[in-house]
Design a protein around this ligand. Structure first.
Ligand SMILES: Cc1ncc(COP(=O)(O)O)c(C=O)c1O
Length: 432
């Protein structure tokens, strides 16, 4: 029998940790307030325990990583097993067999499954690095520097990834150090937006553009499902203009949306695919996976790779990724996530609140957009809700540039009782 959800936060140990954190970590990193953060000590499935022993339901999968559940036994065992034998190798010099297995699985799960032949990969550690590999690949393949990207797109915060970032708040402070080679378009939600997008694309000079970077469903931008036909428009424009089409599925990949990859909802495939987060379910590993015809534009390594990093193909990360991908390739998982998401969305749509403007998403990637009566984004209300939910034992985050979209991206197997508890709590707090 599990203990009750939270008793009191912050508890005494958490208060002491907050004090220490303030002393030693840059104050830009962790937001610290009277009732925030909780200090995670252990987690299992959909539950997290903090340093004071409080139990929480996690609606974030810790940034979309733990779709299979926290400390999922097969992944934990793969990690522990591998750590007994080899923790680190020389990824781009003297690698492990595991690295090959990861690259093969990535190919089989994506481009080979889509009937597009064997794909080749470059592994890396974070999502942002996978995006940067893709942008470099596009430049190498086309010799054209321009990047088309989308408003409210999120691709990570490294300088290269920021080039394609559509959040002003993250990009503007560093704009002076970013090349002026980006073309930002609106992410189309409906048919009218799609018509506008076609016009906007027609205005661009494709001779300057080598890459188009897009999330097939926007994650941090607010769980935005694009208009039907969107990816076809992009695919056609890229084909006509020799532009490399990059799908960033770092958030949406590996069954999060109820398909193995979110692009499968529209049946359109990229030249390059970026994955990370759930690829290992909890170890920093990511990849840029691409059609061989594009990836083979990189020069053959003469003994020194043009693009690599110390931890590329780390064996512990690879062991976990192999295990995770073998689980993800079972098609019944996608069907389960789709069904779970439908159920959760139905329950969320039944909440009657003047603040709820829209409930949207796919699979277990759901957003509840809050607005005030005058239509303005209700970021203040969602901020209050996040704190109150935490005090009730529910960990959640908000998305969108105004922070007014409550995000539901829990581990896939959230139990029905947990869903009911979450929805009822939200309903009560919205009414306050
Ligand atoms: C779609 C997408 N791309 C890239 C990233 C960046 O990944 P990372 O934080 O591992 O660099 C994220 C992170 O949230 C993301 O959602």
């Amino acid at each position: 029998m599990l203990p009750e959800l939270v008793t009191a936060i912050p508890g005494p140990k958490s208060l002491a940790l907050a004090e220490k954190l303030r002393k030693y970590e840059s104050h830009n990193v962790t937001y610290v307030a009277d009732d925030w953060p909780v200090f995670w000590e252990r987690a299992e499935g959909t539950n997290v325990w903090d340093a004071d022993g409080n139990r929480f339901i996690d609606l974030t999968s810790a940034f979309g990583v733990a779709g299979l559940g926290h400390t999922h036994a097969p992944l934990r065992d793969a990690m522990c097993d591998q750590a007994q034998r080899l923790i680190h190798a020389m990824g781009d010099v003297h690698p492990t067999e595991l690295k090959i297995e990861v690259c093969q699985l990535l190919s089989e799960l994506s481009f080979e499954r889509w009937g597009l032949g064997v794909a080749k990969s470059v592994l890396s550690n974070s999502g942002s690095e996978a995006v940067e590999t893709a942008l470099k690949t596009a430049y190498i393949a086309t010799q054209k520097a321009g990047v088309v990207c989308f408003r409210n797109g999120y691709h990570g915060l490294g300088y290269g990834a920021l080039l394609g970032g559509g959040f002003d708040k993250f990009r503007k402070p560093f704009e002076a150090q970013l090349a002026e080679i980006r073309y930002e378009l609106d992410f189309p939600r409906g048919e009218e937006d799609l018509a506008q997008l076609k016009e906007d694309l027609a205005q661009l000079d494709p001779k300057k553009i080598g890459a188009l970077l897009v999330e097939p469903i926007q994650g941090r931008g607010g769980k935005v499902v694009p208009a039907e036909g969107f990816l076809t428009v992009l695919r056609d424009w890229c084909d006509e203009n020799e532009v490399v089409l990059i799908f960033d599925e770092i958030y949406s990949g590996f069954n999060r949306t109820g398909k193995l990859f979110a692009c499968e909802w529209q049946g359109i495939y990229p030249d390059l695919l970026c994955v990370g987060k759930a690829m290992s379910g909890g170890y920093p590993i990511s990849a840029c996976v691409g059609k061989a015809s594009v990836m083979d534009r990189w020069p053959v390594s003469p003994g020194e790779a043009l693009h690599t990093s110390t931890y590329l193909g780390n064996p512990v990360g690879c062991a976990m990724a192999v295990e995770a991908m073998k689980i993800h390739r079972d098609p019944s998982l996608a069907a389960d996530v789709d069904k779970q998401g439908e159920e959760l969305m139905i329950m969320l749509r039944e909440i009657e609140s003047p603040y709820i403007y829209e409930v949207r998403g796919r699979g277990m990637m759901i957003g509840v957009e809050l607005r005030h009566a005058d239509g303005s984004p209700a970021g203040d209300v969602s901020g209050r809700i996040l704190s109150q939910m935490l005090a009730e034992g529910i960990i959640m985050l908000a998305d969108g540039p105004e922070g007014n979209i409550l995000a539901f991206t829990p581990p896939f197997h959230l139990k029905l009782g947990e869903m009911i508890f979450v929805v009822n709590t939200l309903k009560r707090l919205l009414a306050e």
